[in-house]
Design a binder for this molecule. Structure first.
Ligand SMILES: Cc1cc2nc3c(=O)[nH]c(=O)nc-3n(C[C@H](O)[C@H](O)[C@H](O)COP(=O)(O)OP(=O)(O)OC[C@H]3O[C@@H](n4cnc5c(N)ncnc54)[C@H](O)[C@@H]3O)c2cc1C
Ligand code: FES
Ligand code: FES
Length: 465
């Protein structure tokens, strides 16, 4: 018998046997289901690709965490076991509006009505999350919501007022202990052994982690995958571990979960990761998914190449470690065997005398894919660079280490390193940037790195505020 998808919606239980409901499957987007099946049309569809935030709903967690997500690219099967709140589920005492809605109204922050519910939900996740009401945090909380009309000032004002709401307890969905299969096509294993058996038995099924890439097949392309294996509930893939020397991040750990550990170890990632998608994307998106797409412009591979990351790849045949550098074979082509899964990503911490920096250049500061991204790890002794590793994205068919640049930098310095960029990279022209632009940007980033080292107080970051 098929398993039912169970979750909590606005404090009430939901149980779905998808095949019994015409037109609904585990690959249906949460947004379509909310609007078309539940009549909850407060959650809007703007872009249908995770960009505008009009479809923002909030996942409520046992620890009091409130995470905004884009309902337009989340699949129903993925929501099993979670607790979802939509704008209709926000309530104040005795049926009055919720404190966040009151703050939005009082600050004249309700605007076109299409984006406002999404803004309200992002504001609710922020306010009920007990975060500080500083401008940087508020801007971060709003980066995934687009307003094209009046502007953000009153919304920021409302969020400042609403900050620090007490976290109310919510009924959570019952926790599933065993594996689930929805409609014979959405496999949700609970252990590594189950995952690997499924992977071997269904080589054509797509691995699904946060669906912030794959969800677009269902939303924008309207061609949802025929079968998926959802890796997000496998503890070996979500664990985040560290010892004195290394950090190991499970491939299915979300950015939101991994960020505190990563930023503590490599502080330069704070600004960089804040610009990877939005909070909505980072609530569900994973590093394993970022590597799994093998995109030449994914943000994590360049920094992970610089950090000398290696992958643990697992299958029913066993486990192997592979340096990330050997994983990318060509455009969207990887060394992952059909029966393999990325279990984790591991990298050394910085030793005394080691420095790490990273840069992302994109058309828009927030919520944009890179044109060029770079990570640099250097070992410096007595003012001399003794070792360097540099990874670039957006410069070739795959994310790639800049070996000629590294050698020139060690031997002759930054000017020679800048001149060596074309030896490592022959980028292509596309709508994000021409080949000449990319080469120039990469060289300029090396100059910026030089300034960072020579004049640490000189401002080299473009700030949002
Ligand atoms: C609005 C928006 C903004 C975005 N902004 C950025 C950005 O700024 N920078 C950026 O780099 N990306 C960005 N992305 C892309 C995406 O969010 C990231 O690539 C994210 O890391 C994907 O992770 P996921 O878990 O959602 O992957 P999924 O969509 O679940 O999967 C992506 C791919 O990885 C494979 N995969 C997943 N897990 C594994 C595993 N354990 N082993 C092997 N293969 C696996 C899947 O089969 C699939 O091919 C954005 C996406 C959207 C929609
Ligand atoms: S509809 Fe635009 S982010 Fe979902
Ligand atoms: S609130 Fe919708 S465009 Fe500004």
């Amino acid at each position: 018998m098929a398993d039912h998808i169970r979750f909590t919606l606005n404090d009430g239980p939901v149980e779905l046997s998808p095949s019994e409901h015409w037109g609904v499957s585990p690959m249906t987007t949460l947004l379509d289901w909310l609007r078309e099946r539940r009549g909850l049309s407060g959650t809007k569809e703007g872009c249908a690709e995770g960009d505008c935030g009009a479809c923002t709903v909030v996942l409520e967690q046992a620890d009091g965490g409130r995470r905004p997500v884009n309902a337009c690219i989340a699949l129903l099967g993925q929501i099993d076991g979670l607790s979802v709140r939509t704008v209709e589920g926000l309530r104040g005492p005795e049926g009055s509006p919720h404190a966040v809605q009151v703050a939005m109204a009082e600050a004249d922050a309700t605007q076109c009505g299409f984006c406002t519910p999404g803004f309200v939900m992002s504001a609710y996740a922020f306010a009920a999350g007990g975060e500080k009401a500083d401008l940087e945090t508020i801007h971060d909380a709003l980066a995934g919501n687009l307003c094209r009309c009046t502007g953000y000032r009153p919304i920021v004002e409302a969020m400042t007022k609403a900050a620090g709401l007490p976290v109310e307890p919510v009924p959570l969905a019952p926790k599933r202990t065993g594996p689930a299969v929805f409609d014979g096509a959405f496999f949700a294993p609970r252990s590594l052994a189950e995952l690997l058996k499924l992977r071997a038995a269904h080589p054509d099924a797509l691995l699904l982690a946060g669906a912030t890439d794959l969800g677009l097949l269902a939303s924008r392309s309207r061609k949802p995958p025929a079968a998926v294996i959802h890796v997000a509930h496998v503890p070996d893939l979500t664990a985040i571990m560290q010892d004195k020397a290394r950090i190991t991040i499970g491939a299915a750990a979300t950015y939101a979960d991994a960020m505190p550990t990563l930023i503590t170890a490599y502080p330069a990632l704070k600004t960089y990761l804040a610009r990877l998608g939005s909070r909505q994307i980072r609530s569900l998106g994973t590093i394993g998914g970022n590597i799994g797409t093998a995109s030449p412009i994914g943000d994590m591979p360049p920094v992970l190449l610089a950090l000398e990351a290696s992958l643990k790849l697992v299958s029913v045949r066993g486990a192997r470690d592979l340096p990330l550098e050997e994983f990318f074979l060509g455009y969207r082509k990887t060394a992952l065997a059909p029966d393999e899964v990325i279990q984790s990503i591991s990298m050394p911490k910085l030793w005394p005398g080691e420095f790490f920096f990273c840069d992302k250049v994109s058309k828009r500061r927030d919520q944009d894919i890179s044109t060029v991204a770079a990570g640099y790890r250097l070992r410096i002794k007595s003012g001399r660079i003794e070792d360097v590793r540099i990874g670039f994205g957006g410069m070739a068919a795959t994310p790639k280490r800049a070996r000629h640049v590294e050698a020139a930098l060690l031997k002759e310095g930054f000017t020679a390193a800048m001149a060596a960029v074309p030896k490592d990279f022959q980028p292509i022209d596309d709508w994000r940037g021409s080949a000449a632009y990319r080469l120039q940007v990469a060289a300029n980033l090396l100059r910026r790195l030089e300034l960072r080292l020579a004049e640490p107080r000189r401002a080299v970051e473009v700030e949002a505020l």
